[in-house]
Design a protein around this ligand. Structure first.
Ligand SMILES: Nc1ncnc2c1ncn2[C@@H]1O[C@H](COP(=O)(O)OP(=O)(O)OP(=O)(O)O)[C@@H](O)[C@H]1O
Ligand SMILES: [Mg+2]
Length: 393
């Protein structure tokens, strides 16, 4: 089969109102923020002085040195660089492929950006631009690595080249149904909180933390992915859309229409994931917003004025009706110091304390990622040590 055909998408869509390929290639810089442009300019200077040297004398090129500079040459062609192997998954914004780097034989994942006429009103899908920009500016072992962007032969073939992971955490949990050991839950929570601390310290909110946006490596390492909804934040918080975060992982303030929010919304999602790791199932599976609110209140009680004074002034606080419920059922659902018959992983008292601090209704009282990393759950010398989970793929 000719090389080109291997990259013709099975579900090709009209490029529509997107820009020309040439402008897209020369605009590789537009994907980067100014800090990154400065970094790349440094590389450019090095590259041009290097090529001058090459004309007069032979030099050895260090391994890993990239001769191809996207700012000078545009993005590489997918046909020249990668061989498509198989389809991994398809999300709302992209189709993900497994591919082989033809020059190094490395296996990578390529996310082909979906060009939907609704999403591309401004020429290029904004979620893709955001994701590329954010991922290129973050570097952490628990955040998926983006190697480069490559393009096909038409305007609508743009691919983000990432390290290839085995599958996502949701899929891994479906395949591996026995409860995680306490050491494994601790390990994954620590990795997730390290990634989140890094994201928040760089002034980004992820805004869609969930188990299908966490990737699992065969070694047990996990990495946060899908930054399509990510955004910069600042203090004091500015108004943003509250239409973010998948329902089951959405914080109570967002459910009640809060549009001025910060990193606390991601911390709620991490609390939901902690619970999910313990029972290997999502802990609050609402059928709609109202049902989700009811599930949150059933588990954690309804907010009191003392606990959350600002609650009554949230935009939708007067819209929904619910029964007042004092007390929290978290302790009943997540038993401490016991191996429950329902298949829950073992949870120590300090683990339960961390879970409660993440699933705190009042966002101002919710624990931050950096504080959670320093929680006694991870530091307790006598406690169980962390260990990478063993997945069967
Ligand atoms: N680097 C990767 N390695 C392996 N699998 C991956 C990789 N990146 C993504 N995937 C798989 O593809 C799925 C979709 O990717 P991603 O979440 O980035 O796309 P999306 O279109 O933004 O998704 P969503 O529908 O959640 O908005 C992931 O849930 C995961 O299963
Ligand atoms: Mg996703």
């Amino acid at each position: 089969m000719p090389k080109r055909d291997r990259w013709s998408s099975d579900d090709e869509e009209d490029g529509g109102n997107c820009k020309t390929k040439a402008s897209m290639q020369s605009n590789a810089a537009a994907q980067l923020n100014s800090e990154e442009v400065n970094d790349k300019q440094d590389t450019t200077t090095t590259a041009s002085s290097q090529s001058k040297t090459t004309s007069t004398q032979k030099i050895s090129i260090p391994p890993g040195y990239r001769l191809h500079n996207p700012l000078l040459h545009g993005c590489r062609s997918v046909y020249d660089s990668y061989e498509r192997l198989s389809h991994i998954d398809e999300g709302t914004y992209g189709v993900v492929w497994k591919a082989r780097d033809t020059s190094t034989d490395e296996i990578v994942a390529l996310k082909q950006i979906k060009f939907d006429s609704e999403m591309t009103k401004e020429g290029f899908p904004i979620s893709a631009l955001r994701e590329i920009g954010v991922l290129l500016s973050l570097s952490h072992e628990c955040i998926v690595t983006v190697r480069e962007m490559v393009v096909g032969d038409t305007n609508d073939k743009v691919f983000m080249v990432m390290e290839c992971m085995e599958c996502d955490l949701q899929a891994a949990m479906k395949k591996n149904t026995t409860p995680f050991a306490q050491s494994e839950v601790k390990y994954m929570m620590h990795q997730l909180l390290s990634a989140m601390t890094h994201v928040h310290e760089h002034w980004y909110l992820h805004r869609d933390v969930k188990t299908s946006n966490i990737l699992v490596h065969e070694s047990g390492r996990i990495a946060l992915c899908d930054f399509g909804l990510a955004r910069k934040y600042e203090v004091p918080f500015k108004k943003m859309t509250m239409m973010v975060v998948t329902l089951w992982y959405r914080s109570p303030e967002l459910l009640f229409g809060e549009s001025i929010y910060g990193p606390e919304i991601d911390m709620w999602s991490i609390g939901c994931i902690f619970g999910e790791l313990l029972i290997k199932d999502a802990i609050m599976k609402g059928q709609g917003e109202l049902d989700q609110i009811q599930k949150v209140f059933k588990l954690l009680g309804t907010p009191s004025d003392e606990e959350w004074p600002e609650f009554s002034s949230l935009p939708s606080a007067g819209t929904f009706k619910w029964k007042k419920k004092d007390g929290c059922e978290l302790g009943k659902q997540f038993m401490v110091n016991s191996f429950s018959t329902s298949g829950q992983s073992y949870l120590s008292p300090s683990g339960f304390d961390l879970l409660s601090k993440l699933l705190t209704l009042n966002p101002k009282k919710r624990i931050s990622a950096a504080d959670a990393l320093n929680h006694s759950y991870f530091l307790d010398e006598k406690g169980v040590k962390m260990q990478a989970p063993q997945f069967f793929f």
